[in-house]
Design a binder for this molecule. Structure first.
Ligand SMILES: *[C@@H]1O[C@H](CO)[C@@H](O)[C@H](O)[C@H]1NC(C)=O
Length: 147
């Protein structure tokens, strides 16, 4: 019993160690030259029209930084940890995903640099980077999963 409590406590610490606040993530994204847009002009993660990075994994922000640097394309981030996306372990809510707008530069970079691995259940074509991250092309954005 005590063991289990200690384990749960330690897992909590591990999760917290990689989780960032919205402000921390915004500082990193804008410093790297990325724009962040929300249709509602807000950052409340409990409102689906907002774009929030509250609780995002540091690895997700680092992945966006790498994409920006490697592609040299405009990157417009439109989705983070806010509610309203599909649930699951590797979800937006849990900090594993980000959405970015489509543009000719980034579309070409993703489709030419990464490997097409088939279509998702919803029909979105998926491309996988050498690092294992998955870029799914939805109607008006790339839905990116950073493992
Ligand atoms: C970012 O994306 C939003 C939503 O798609 C769009 O309205 C806006 O023009 C984009 N901004 C830039 C700089 O691409």
């Amino acid at each position: 019993m005590a063991h289990r409590i200690v384990t749960v406590f330690l897992l909590g610490l591990v999760a917290d160690a990689s989780a960032m606040t919205h402000a921390q993530a915004m500082t990193r994204l804008t410093a790297a030259g990325m724009s962040v847009t929300s249709s509602g002009g807000c950052s409340d993660r409990n409102n689906p029209t907002c774009t929030s990075f509250e609780g995002v994994r540091e690895n997700t922000i680092a992945g966006l930084e790498t994409l920006k640097r490697a592609s040299a394309c405009p990157i417009n981030v439109t989705g983070g940890t806010e509610t309203g996306h599909a649930s699951g372990t590797y979800s937006h809510w849990n900090g594993y995903k980000a959405d970015i707008s489509l543009n000719a530069c980034i579309n070409s970079y993703v489709t030419n640099s990464f490997t097409y691995i088939g279509d998702r259940g919803d029909g979105a074509p998926m491309y996988q980077s050498a690092a294992g991250n998955i870029y799914a092309k939805e109607g008006n954005h790339w839905d990116i999963l950073y493992y």
